[in-house]
Write a protein that binds this ligand. Structure first.
Ligand code: NAP
Length: 311
């Protein structure tokens, strides 16, 4: 047990902050975890489950904190940064866990006073659950945590944050902000939008009853519904703030879709076979890189209710 930060302040107490708190507690990585959230209900649950202390405001929460983690929807970060700025301890590290980095850097960066180290971050881990009861200590185990430190970031502050994230089980990488936003548009944001669309299409198919869709949803559709059950506020903010990269990827997606559509119409089996052979190789590469397992039901075991029930 090595204490990496004496006092950690978590702003927002949902899936990501809760999982961080559970992981920090399990490893003894912080002496005190202080938290705040919008509602009194969330604060009470967090106090019971994973916070040593909760405060009503973010300004109070960050006082004396060595590490401040902004774990609210991306669209809420700028206002919180403005609120906490005058109360930050000199030498503190401020990070965030937002799924988009450019918009967070623009909204938060200007508020951070000199002498405080702002190191934006993004854990590439999550589930479709949200709220203070959804977190668990192993969420970040073997998952990437991307950091986008600005030029001139204090190496000691970066090393300390990296040490904390690695102790929580994450693999840490650094990259620049624009590159981050493009990469996540491909691997996360566009796939979510496609899942939302597919579930929306099924919903609009009046000829097929909802009962049948649910009854026969064992195949690919079930995975789409799991992704499309993700938090609406979080994902609204992701698309509004990573607009350019998402629109770029969706443009490419639409072009590919038309090519496949044409191959189906023309009965071009060779094209379809070659295409699906290439995509299958990508799946193998993901398994070889340790980002998934070959088990067909991977990812469904993270239901916290089921995990708590020992299923
Ligand atoms: P979540 O479970 O919905 O929790 C969000 C928390 O933020 C809640 O505690 C909420 O309080 C609080 N909050 C919202 N607005 C606030 C405000 N103005 N002031 C204070 N607290 C506020 O969300 P999450 O999944 O942990 O996501 C948090 C961040 O992590 C987002 O930026 C998201 O992009 C990023 N992220 C999420 C995932 C994922 O898969 N979920 C993965 C990687 C990164 P109440 O409960 O009182 O409303």
């Amino acid at each position: 047990m090595i204490v990496v930060f004496d006092r950690v302040a978590l702003i927002g107490l949902g899936l990501i902050a809760g999982s961080m708190a559970h992981a920090m507690r399990a490893q003894g990585l912080a002496r005190e975890i202080v938290g705040t959230a919008k509602s009194a209900e969330t604060r009470a649950i967090a106090r019971e489950l994973f916070c040593d202390r909760v405060t009503e405001t973010a300004a109070e929460a960050v006082q004396g904190a060595d590490l401040v983690v902004l774990a609210v929807p991306v669209g809420a970060m700028g206002a919180i940064a403005a609120e906490i700025a005058p109360h930050l301890k000199p030498g503190a590290v401020v990070t965030d866990v937002g799924s988009v980095k450019g918009a967070v850097v623009d909204a938060v960066g200007p508020h951070i006073p000199a002498g405080v180290h702002f190191i934006p971050g993004h854990p590439m881990a999550g589930t479709e659950y949200s709220g203070p009861r959804s977190g668990f200590a192993t969420l970040f185990q073997n998952r990437w945590w991307l950091l986008t430190p600005p030029a001139g970031t204090d190496p000691a502050a970066l090393a300390r944050l990296r040490a904390l994230l690695e102790a929580m089980g994450a693999k840490v990488d650094t990259m620049d902000v624009a590159h981050h936003d493009l990469v996540v548009a491909v691997v996360s944001h566009a796939p979510h939008l496609i899942a939302y669309t597919m579930v929306g299409v099924a919903d609009h198919m009046r000829r097929v009853s909802q009962a049948e869709i649910i009854q026969y949803s064992a195949a690919g559709f079930r995975d789409f519904t799991r992704i499309a059950a993700s938090d609406p506020v979080m994902w609204r903010d992701v698309f509004l703030t990573n607009k350019d990269a998402v629109l770029d990827i969706l443009g490419r997606f639409t072009e590919e879709l038309f090519v496949l559509q044409r191959a189906i119409r023309m009965g071009d089996g060779d094209h379809l076979h070659a295409y699906f052979t290439r995509t299958r190789a990508i799946r193998r590469g993901i398994i070889e890189a340790g980002q998934d397992t070959a088990a067909p039901d991977f990812g469904r075991g993270v239901d916290p209710a089921k995990a708590a029930a020992g299923e």
